[in-house]
Design a protein around this ligand. Structure first.
Ligand SMILES: [Zn+2]
Ligand SMILES: [Zn+2]
Length: 113
């Protein structure tokens, strides 16, 4: 017969030793009635399964972080409506091989001439 292996005691850790009534759903260690933590479903109801204290805490953290992620995630952006743009290039006259960034730089010519 299994005995509870949950370690108790703050300074000196020792196994609980009480007769186990169930096992941790996650790590499968034997748990006594005192150390079996009922697993709660998303709706807060008991699932009928049990976890040890550590696994239950980890379980809760995981759920919490999952919820936080779901909460902080931005809602999906609506699809951007693209205005029907006319085909570019046809109206603009081709300026040969000159650089298109010339305009605006005419007034200001630093040092070099
Ligand atoms: Zn466990
Ligand atoms: Zn115990």
């Amino acid at each position: 017969m299994d005995t509870c292996t949950v370690e108790t005691g703050l300074l000196k850790k020792k196994p609980c030793g009480h007769p186990a009534v169930t096992h941790c759903l996650n790590c499968e260690q034997p748990l006594c009635a005192q150390h079996a933590v009922p697993e709660l479903t998303d709706t807060g109801r008991k699932s009928g399964k049990f976890l040890c204290k550590e696994c239950e805490a980890a379980h809760r953290e995981q759920k919490k972080s999952l919820a936080a992620v779901a909460k902080s995630a931005p809602p999906p952006a609506p699809p951007a409506k693209k205005p029907a743009a006319p085909a570019p290039g046809k109206d603009a006259p081709a300026q040969g091989k000159g650089s298109p960034s010339d305009d605006g730089a005419i007034d200001f010519t630093p040092g070099k001439k």
